[in-house]
Design a protein around this ligand. Structure first.
Ligand code: HEC
Length: 146
């Protein structure tokens, strides 16, 4: 009877802690204080060991225009605009891969997509070295950002 109840309480603890990992009520310990997953994600989004995501994607993660410039190609002048994408609706898969990737994957561009090709190949976004828990928290933060 005693063994049975200790097994039960053990499983109960295991079950509840597994449960907590999936939601915002799980607290993350950062610099000796406990914060929520949302707060942890916010912290990382703005200060991810490297240039903050907010700098380019904006504090609302909806993306923004960073710069416009002209580029001459084949004796033609192009007015290019570097627009950083909205990442609120990116899938977890895309998100996970992009954050730690060194280079954009190969992609074909039509002849007239001069600006698009130039910007894509410039690999504007830096490479991060974030672990799964950190990527998870940033993703969670962005999805729940009002
Ligand atoms: C210096 C500017 C810059 C910073 C800083 C930056 N990004 Fe990006 N990000 C970009 C640009 C530009 C793209 C568009 C793809 C490309 O050309 O690299 C992009 C694309 C993405 C995408 C892919 C969107 C999609 O759906 O295809 C995700 C996800 C993303 N960024 C997340 C992040 C996160 C998270 C951080 C912080 C850890 C971050 N970015 C920091 C510029 C930036």
């Amino acid at each position: 009877m005693k063994i049975k109840s200790s097994i039960l309480s053990c499983c109960f603890i295991l079950f509840t802690s597994l449960n907590l990992i999936a939601d915002d009520t799980k607290l993350v310990k950062v610099n000796n204080s406990f914060i929520t997953k949302f707060e942890y994600g916010e912290l990382l989004y703005n200060n991810p060991r490297g240039i903050g995501c907010n700098t380019c994607h904006g504090s609302d993660a909806k993306g923004k225009e960073i710069v416009s410039f002209t580029h001459t190609y084949d004796k033609k002048k192009y007015n290019c605009v570097l627009r950083v994408p909205n990442i609120k609706s990116s899938s977890y898969d895309v998100f996970f891969k992009k954050v730690n990737s060194k280079k954009n994957p190969k992609k074909k561009f039509a002849k007239e997509e001069v600006c698009e090709r130039l910007i894509y190949k410039a690999n504007v976004m830096p490479t991060y070295f974030l672990v799964e828990e950190e990527i998870d928290a940033i993703y969670y933060y962005i999805k729940n950002l009002k």
